[in-house]
Design a protein around this ligand. Sequence first.
Ligand code: NZQ
Ligand code: ZN
Length: 387
Amino acid sequence: MQNFDYMTPTRLVFGENVIEKLPEVMGAIGRRVLLTYGGGSIKKIGLYDRVKELLKDFEITELPGIQPNPKYDPSVLEGVRLCKENDIEVILSVGGGSVLDCSKAIAAGAKYDGDPWDLISYKVKAQAAVPIVDILTLAATGSEYDCGGVISRTETNDKIGYMDPLLFPVCSFLDPRYTFTVSKKQTAAGCADAMNHIIEQYFCEDSTLLNDGFCEAGLKSLMVNTRACLKNPEDYRARAEMMFACTLGCNGIYSLGNSDSGWPCHGIEHALSGYYDITHGEGLAIITPRWMEHILSERTLERFVKYGINVFNIDPSLPKMEIARKAIESTYAFFEEIGIPMHLRQVGIGEERIGEMAHHIAVNEGLENAYVPLTEKDIREILVASL
Ligand code: NZQ
Ligand code: ZN
């Protein structure tokens, strides 16, 4: 078992009507608020009006229009400018992972005199950040319980995961009812993202029985509850359990004491979104089974066998290699069943830039240190198999 040093300082407030506590939580931090949100879903579900009502005694500046795969220019730059001009004391992020990730980059940039990209690209370490509170409306990324954000820079095709303990939200409000309106496409993509977060932690060299069980339960919970959410989008019980399983995805709790896996599928997917602006969870669902096929070998066989038996109930008396192959097929079949397009071509990615992307990933993502090390050639083969 590996050493670890762990703390998640975020307060989670979960359940129906929890945002009634918003004024109390926000009031303890500050009164000048930057309210960040996306393309308008929060207005359609009445959340925007409710937030404005609850915060009627606060000074609110707004940053609307944050896009999926949030962009450095204009959203991060605009948010930093607004924070500085209005002496913002707290950021309230209302929306999915993209709004929250963007808010995290703004939070650090607002306390820095230079170009915020210096921080995101790790050229300079942030010394301070504006505190963040969030109301989550989409179950997927786990950004509400971690200190990372992923920011895209269109002109260089960069999509960078930026982490700093300063960026843990102070408080995350999770009311599953606000996810009732999430489309089938985004529900399925959110599930694939959260499942991949667990898979990235499960497939490693050194894991514990405790973590394996926790990961296997997380995967089963996500599959059962996503099926239920797709059948009935207003199934509170299913939306709630899905939301919580997603929340735990990226804050390390599924793998405390495990060796690091290098998160290879995320390394590959970030380039797909960086080059083609596709939905993160869909990119992951496409890559995951192809990556699994690529790394299946005598060395990794036992992991796949355990995964297949415990997550997909595959007959343990079958030959090990057959169990492993069935496990990979079951992973693919589940993503297909929940409606995810399972080929890169279906999301608008052809072979034209495969070589360029493989090179970009090999140079930028450090996958030579992954659980199964991936060279540029390996990455290209995985991408080609995903077409
Ligand atoms: O923009 P609006 O109008 O709000 O619409 C959004 C958006 O179009 C919509 N939506 C959100 N809540 C809704 C809703 N529609 C109806 N009803 C609701 N209640 O859903 C669309 C997608 O939203 P987005 O925030 O982009 O989705 P998600 O939460 O999946 O976030 C994806 C981003 O997070 C990054 C991804 O790379 C991607 O950029 N990630 C962040 C991580 C982190 N911080 O830890 C880890 C992840 O691995 C991931 O990389
Ligand atoms: Zn992810």
